[in-house]
Design a protein around this ligand. Sequence first.
Ligand code: 0GY
Length: 304
Amino acid sequence: MEFQKTPGWLDWYPSPSRPRFRLPQGAVDAHCHVFGPGAQFPYAPERKYTPCDASKDQLFALRDHLGFERNVIVQATCHGSDNRALLDALKHSNGRARGIATVKRGVTDADLREMHAAGVRGVRFNFVKRLVDFAPRDELVEIAGRIAPLGWHVVIYFEAVDLPELRDFFTALPTTVVVDHMGRPDVTKPLDGSEFQLFVKLMREHPGIWSKVTCPERLSVAGPPALDAERNAYRDVVPFARHLVETFSDRVLWGTDWPHPNLKDHMPDDGLLVDFIPHIATTAALQKKLLVDNPMRLYWPEEK
Ligand code: 0GY
């Protein structure tokens, strides 16, 4: 099947620079996607955007180029609840990728078992209006109850303004909960303002809630990075991510978000994104927790 990508959508960065920051051995890119290829794994009819293809082989090449050991591949909304591209990538990763799927109420125990065998360790619930038509809450509760006995967790994606309304739902979930992209703070608002502090409070009061300190390129309002000698881009996002890394060092994850869906103004150089890490995790000990210990504990617990 032929797919035309959504007009205005940028392709992923074709030749990322080599990062200056040397990742610790065993580092995990804990948030990335595969898209299609559409001819092999068609995009979902209910999708809100059509991406450019971004295959497992391209993802694995990026992993090696940047110096990561492993990936956590997250089902993107353009594939809906058809997890075939994700499962194919996991099965071809030689055990070096684990996955987060999207499932619907009708998912069978056999489906869940197959996903587990392939390396799926969680499901994603999406509350971002531009990306999905929301699933009813009772369906999500039912799914969470089904996956909890497998030792899986729930990944949630929402915008900061929606947290007050969603908070009680999140805290009632029976599994570990991982928040995508720090709950998407508005970084023009103060770090100690009520919006971000509500998210910090959520994490402080609920030790089962983790956060990905990801997507500076998406959250930054400073526009394309003004490079300085330190390759220190997306500076306006640093205080938010650094605060979470330092306050909740055992519950943070980092990922590239390659191939960066829905970016229209600026496509990040993934090498530069890696060079963001030492600005938010400023010691070797914090870097090891963020990039190795935490994702290994969550996704490869049998190796710890
Ligand atoms: C991300 C962010 C986005 C998209 C998706 O599944 C998706 O389509 O997650 C976004 O547009 O903010 O994590 O990749």
